[in-house]
Design a protein around this ligand. Structure first.
Ligand code: THU
Length: 134
């Protein structure tokens, strides 16, 4: 799957977003090295603190299907002119599994910037910091 196709797939997920409170739909698509793709959208809740981001929806779908060490590229998109940067909680959750994950940060016209998670979260905290205590 090409980067453009991955962004386009994330864009289709905007339709699935459940965002009745923020009115800010987000779509995500996470490509694994074997070619499998896990999609996600944000899922909000009347108890606002329980809102789940699109990226984490896609991530937990991948991890729960056994994809913990082969995450390759994540595309994330919303509506509007701004690029949709992953929030801090999503960065941290992704960092656990792939600190140098490729991320395609898109805006609604499907133009995107390519970054790595490392760039978005330098000096991140991850499993390696706990190793000597295990
Ligand atoms: N949101 C995401 O899905 N991903 C992000 O990285 C940023 C925020 C969602 C959460 C909430 O449903 C809405 O956008 C507004 O914050």
């Amino acid at each position: 799957m090409t980067d453009r196709e991955l962004v386009s797939l994330a864009h289709t997920m905007l339709e699935r977003a459940y965002a009745p409170y923020s009115h800010f739909p987000v779509g995500a698509a996470l490509l694994c090295r074997d070619g499998q793709v896990f999609t996600g959208c944000n899922v909000e809740n009347a108890a606002y603190g329980q809102c789940l981001c699109a990226e984490r929806t896609a991530l937990v779908k991948a991890v729960s299907e056994g994809h913990t060490s082969d995450l390759d590229t994540l595309a994330v998109i919303s509506r509007g002119d701004e690029f949709c940067w992953p929030c801090g909680a999503c960065r941290q959750m992704l960092y656990e599994f792939q600190p140098n994950l490729r991320i395609l940060v898109a805006r609604s016209d499907q133009t995107y910037k390519e970054v790595t998670l490392d760039q978005l979260m330098p000096h991140g905290f991850g499993p390696k910091h706990l190793k000597e205590f295990q």
